[in-house]
Design a protein around this ligand. Structure first.
Ligand code: 13P
Length: 255
């Protein structure tokens, strides 16, 4: 069975003091749910080592919000998979909509990052999702399918086993308007069928697919109640340990 997985994407928030407090708070408040739910926090790069220390012996995983695909060298401003592992990261978010749409990352670049992360032994959280105009034009399935096919091109079934997909409709991110549980379930089901077609049913049945986009304590339970929603990738609500812990509790109780 798939273990629920709740990730906190802190984005470009916190500072050295609040990052440590938040990591500590998450570790404390979610300790009793960790046997039922996998949990990760993803601070900005510069706070990763401090957050790791603050997590201590907790089973809460540390994740980065991005990575570069090259191992080392003249790539000013970039951070490698090896560096992330060196500071204790287990997870890395790849292809987040803010990187696709603000930083203009392409599917080809995302594919290189995903491949490098898997090869390095990091667990990637691979984000996909449509824009509002794409949804309104009836293109959600086509857009998400293309992002997954291009993003996972050349990645074998064996390697794909470690991938978590996060479905994050762009119109729901940071807007307060979450996809309805039914809208999210429809896309999650479609993604699972696509993975079965691209790889095999066993891999699809075991793949963890998170929903992201204005997930909050008050909608976590109804989202998590859907059969193909295995977890949440949380932005704003992950910045308050109490809210994030409430969502982890909802996930533990829903499955
Ligand atoms: P919000 O939860 O703030 O909408 O952000 C979602 C997200 O982008 C998580 O990666």
């Amino acid at each position: 069975m798939r273990k629920p997985f709740i990730g906190g994407n802190w984005k470009m928030n916190t500072d050295s003091k609040s990052a440590v407090e938040l990591a500590k708070g998450v570790a404390e408040k979610c300790a009793s749910y960790l046997s039922k739910v996998d949990v990760a926090v993803c601070p900005p790069f510069v706070y990763l080592p401090a957050a790791k220390a603050a997590l201590g012996n907790s089973a809460v995983g540390l994740g980065a919000q991005d990575v570069y695909f090259e191992a080392k060298g003249a790539f000013t401003g970039e951070v490698s998979c090896g560096m992330l592992k060196d500071v204790g990261c287990k997870y890395v978010i790849i292809g987040h909509s803010e990187r696709r749409h603000v930083i203009k990352e392409t599917d080809a670049l995302i594919n290189k990052k995903l491949t490098a992360a898997i090869d390095a032994g990091l667990l990637p959280i691979f984000c996909v999702g449509e824009l509002l105009e794409e949804r309104n034009a009836g293109k959600t399935e086509a857009v998400v399918t293309e992002q997954i096919q291009k993003g996972m091109a050349g990645i074998s079934a064996e390697k794909a086993k470690t991938v978590v997909i996060a479905y994050e409709p762009v119109w729901a991110i940071g807007t307060g308007v979450n996809a309805s549980p039914e809208q999210a379930q429809d896309v999650h089901f479609m993604i699972r069928q696509l993975i079965a077609k691209m790889y095999n049913k066993d891999l699809a049945d075991n793949m963890v697919i998170q929903y992201g986009g204005s997930a909050k304590p008050d909608n976590a339970a109804v989202l998590m109640a859907k059969p193909d929603i295995d977890g949440l990738l949380v932005g704003g609500a992950s910045l308050k340990a109490d809210d994030f812990a409430a969502m982890i509790k909802a996930a533990a109780e829903a499955k």
